[in-house]
Design a protein around this ligand. Structure first.
Ligand SMILES: N[C@@H](Cc1c[nH]c[nH+]1)C(=O)O
Length: 394
């Protein structure tokens, strides 16, 4: 191909982050890393790709349908990590298995899922998240939800809600009704996609009693505050669903102590699109964005699949989604301003270098001109390059 005609492209679902965006991303990430550290979480870094065989142990089928696969030299299948929960479950069950629980880990990294790309949702995207491993108490879930609220606030967002659900609520109803696995999967899929029409159609095909059909159709509408939990309690008789509601009430009580009550409500239709969850699940929403900014929940079986019993809970926040929400809501985050442009008259470069180093030593952002400039040229350059101040060495 003629080189002049070739327009270089980047792969579907990827993006270049230019300086302004990269700076915003770094600012949000730095503040989240500080926050997670303050709560006693420690950063871990794992390989960008894993063996498909390893990942399949922890990740469910749903996740595996979206992974990017390739081969190593020995023809073993590799996958780009689709999230960090599965790699961290592997780490917890192997290299950290002697560490006394609970283990608190955090990460800030890119993950990869083959999806329909749109604003705030690319195939390569960035997550900041935590995993709290080795604790099954509601206190662990409450900590993770409270930390998610604090992470949203720390990112600069104020107008958001966290919706708490519990996957065992619907599991209890489906088990009691004797619904076949194939239909359970379809029902859950409709709930995840909030496809109420599809849900009605499936329920009418699977031979359930009218009462159970109506109950399952009501689940996506069961959202609200404490009184909704009471209402739901009276809709079900089975133990699993009732324990799920008790568990949510316990978590809610503990959240009051964190002072984050106003950001949290219940939504029993939240079951998340990943199949490893076993208990409490949650998602954070903000007006004007049709997808969650952050999500997570309890996954008590994943680490066990890697070899050791270890209940766990956690969440991940989508960095690009948060940046998009900030932009749409007109919220400016505090990005470090460019402080000073240092220009110099012919022959004075050494003095200018010393000045630049001095300024940087004071913690200021200082850019040094590479060639001599007149004062007029320096003023133009200062403005064009976005510096608040000019030091002209003459
Ligand atoms: N890995 C999940 C979030 C999560 C972290 N821990 C539990 N859930 C996701 O990518 O959405």
């Amino acid at each position: 191909m003629n080189r002049d005609q070739y327009v270089p492209q980047i792969p579907y679902g990827t993006r270049d982050l230019l300086p302004r965006e990269a700076k915003q991303k770094r600012t949000v990430e730095n503040s989240l890393a500080d926050l997670f550290t303050k709560w006693g979480y420690e950063e871990v870094i794992t390989p960008t790709f894993e063996y498909l065989q390893t990942l399949s142990i922890g990740a469910g089928d749903e996740m595996l349908q979206h992974v990017f696969k390739f081969f190593d030299k020995n023809n073993r299948i590799l996958v780009l990590r689709p999230d960090m929960t599965t790699p961290l479950a592997r780490v917890a069950a192997t290299r950290l298995k002697e560490t006394p629980p609970p283990v608190r880990l955090f990460y800030l990294t890119n993950v990869f899922r083959h999806e329909l790309a749109q604003a705030g949702r690319q195939c390569e995207f960035y997550q900041a998240g935590v995993e709290l491993l080795g604790a099954s108490d509601p206190a662990a879930d409450a900590e993770v939800v409270a930390l998610a609220v604090n992470a949203m606030l720390e990112s600069g967002l104020a107008n958001f809600q966290i919706s708490l659900g519990q996957v065992e609520f619907i599991n209890g109803i489906m088990a009691e009704s004797g619904l076949e696995a194939e239909y359970r999967h379809k029902v859950k899929h409709c709930m995840v996609t909030r496809d109420l029409v599809g849900l009605g159609e499936i329920l009418s095909q699977c031979g359930l009693s009218t009462g159970t059909q109506k109950l399952l159709q009501r689940i996506p509408l069961l959202h609200g505050r404490n009184d909704m939990l009471d209402q739901a309690y009276h809709l079900v008789q089975n133990d699993l669903s009732r324990q799920a509601l008790d568990n949510l009430a316990d978590i809610r009580r503990l959240l009051t102590g964190y002072g984050v009550d106003q950001y949290v409500n219940f939504d029993l239709g939240i079951i998340r699109d990943l199949d490893y969850y076993t208990g409490m699940v949650f998602e954070a929403y903000t007006p004007g964005l049709g997808f969650p900014l952050c999500g997570g929940g309890r996954y008590d079986k994943m680490v066990a699949a890697f070899g050791i019993e270890c209940p766990a809970t956690g969440f991940a926040l989508g960095i690009e989604r948060v940046l998009l929400a900030l932009e749409r809501q007109g919220i400016n985050i505090n990005i470090k301003a460019k402080d000073v442009y240092i220009a110099w008259k012919q022959g004075l470069l050494s003095k200018a270098i010393a000045t630049a180093q001095e300024q940087r030593g004071l913690g200021r952002i200082a850019e040094l001109a590479l060639g001599p400039q007149t004062r007029d040229q320096a003023e133009v350059a200062q403005r064009e390059r976005g510096y608040r101040e000019l030091i002209y060495i003459e």
